[in-house]
Design a protein around this ligand. Sequence first.
Ligand code: F6R
Length: 262
Amino acid sequence: MEVIVVPTNVEVGRLGAAEVAAVAAAKPSAVIGLATGSSPESLYAGLRERVTAGEISFAEARGFALDEYVGLPLEHPQSYAGVIRRTVVEPLGFHPSRMRVPDGLAPDLDAAATAYEAAIAEAGGIDIQILGIGTNGHIGFNEPTSSFASRTRVKTLAPRTREDNSRFFDSVEEVPIHCLTQGLGTILEAKRLLLVAQGPGKAAAIAAAVEGPLSSFVPASALQLHEHATVIVDEAAAAELRLTDYYRFSRDHRLVRAAAAA
Ligand code: F6R
């Protein structure tokens, strides 16, 4: 795992955008996995700058959101279908027909989950999966004790997640109880994982995920199993890491190999 500590959220976004842009530039039809919420906002802003400058295009790319609330009407501002449309599809120029979000309104949610897995496979798999992390260590909505082998499925949101996400709603009672989320097994099959985190509220979760034991109690620790996972955090989110000096040292002495430089 590569851990990169940068001073502020602005740099998290800039560096995160550079990682995604490199994938999109190398493969215009890249399949991008997308998180919602606050964490990737600066990264999406960084990508928007590059799209506006004509450096990259997502016109041929495909996208798969990580998760969706169950039962939230599409016109609700927090429906992730709407969030993805407003924060990714429109500003970054994805074609709407090449963007998928799990169908949290499907009459048969299990069938919708199976169809989502099939769509990812049919697209050839996810080239880079953008992730945020919950204060309880979840990725996607894989709450603590989610199996590392789990696939897209219905999950019950943890009370802490509903509390954290209540800032997007009028009250915690309005936060849906259930969601459809890519599983940890689904996420681990992406060719690259890119997790971004900012602020002191994420410090404990980041330390547990990056330096703690592999445990389904900390779902983000599953990144330790992936051969190409990058974690970009600001100083506040890095505050509880123990090996920060090493992460800085290794970044300062990054060896650029011929294949990577080409
Ligand atoms: C949302 C998602 C979640 C969030 C996490 C952090 O699609 O996958 O795992 O990334 O809950 O949320 P924020 O970024 O709002 O702090």
